[in-house]
Design a protein around this ligand. Sequence first.
Ligand SMILES: Nc1ncnc2c1ncn2[C@@H]1O[C@H](COP(=O)(O)OP(=O)(O)OP(=O)(O)O)[C@@H](O)[C@H]1O
Length: 362
Amino acid sequence: MARITLDKLGHSYMENPVADADWALKQVDITWDDGGAYALLGPSGCGKTTLLNIISGLLRPSQGRVLFDDDDVTALSPDQRHIAQVFQFPVVYDTMTVYENLAFPLRNRGVDSATTDKRVREIAEFIDMTHRLDDRAKGLTADGKQKISLGRGLVRTDVNVIMFDEPLTVIDPHLKWELRSKLKELHQRVGRTMIYVTHDQTEALTFADKVVVMNEGEVVQIGTPVDLFERPQHTFVGHFIGSPGMNVLPCTVDGGKVYLGGNQIAVANDAAQGGGTAEIGVRPEFVSFADNGLPATVVKVSDAGRHKIVETRCADQTLRMLISEGVEIPADGVKLAFDTANTRLYTDGWLAGSRSAGGEGR
Ligand SMILES: Nc1ncnc2c1ncn2[C@@H]1O[C@H](COP(=O)(O)OP(=O)(O)OP(=O)(O)O)[C@@H](O)[C@H]1O
């Protein structure tokens, strides 16, 4: 097991990258603590797989270093790094039995047969495959094959980190929840470092203690699920996480005060640090009806379980609110209030005042 440090990592698939957009990974600096449960979350194409392949050694970065504890492993092969990786699609040997598939990573490393047998049976129990141990993998469903891939990733006890790259993509929806909670449980049991890559916020937030959010080749925030919800460092995080996401409302800043359509809005952070494009970020959960407030018009109301999503127009912008089922929607003359502690100013996308020179606050 090891602490993993990514030091000024950058990667471009081009020979001579020039523009910012030529880099699949811009500068990435992250330390993954030994034993942590992490999710790497971001939209398609943001660089998640590139980052994972650099950690596992399948890809050599154009810039920067990968350290396991204090050892520079940037030039080492995947095999030398002692990493287990579970991919999006099953990697199983069809002609082998389930048992042989699970035993393969151990036999390959010369683990004795008694230890292998014990470990294979433990993992088979965990993935609910004990009854299929003697069957050929060929006859399994896609779900079954992916369970075997998961099992093969979990079977070794000598790995530094287990990495899952969208491992539940081919899994039937009803099984997804079950496997996700099992992985979480397994992490709590074995305390091994796990990195779980996904573009699905539910998967990330349920699995991880810490979530690394990426966008366009950059890490925009590393935090607990609560941090990401309550204190988004970037409008991307606010918008990407939550359902519906945070309202991001272009505004003006004058003399350290924030205005939306001519109305002054109180914000929780320091508006004096403004500059660049200015936006107010407020989650739909923190907007309510008020006697005095911003004039708005209700456009649409939709049911969302025990809540309602109310879409309004306010200061010529679309603004969503999430209200409890029982809350009455005023017939007309609607006024809105924002909860100040959860209303923030963002400049050029970043939380105003959160970044000093050198990108602190990410
Ligand atoms: N082998 C490659 N050659 C050239 N460009 C690549 C290659 N692999 C990825 N890219 C580009 O690098 C960027 C990051 O891709 P990457 O696959 O790491 O993103 P991702 O977040 O894992 O996406 P997804 O969720 O769709 O797998 C994208 O613009 C992608 O087109």
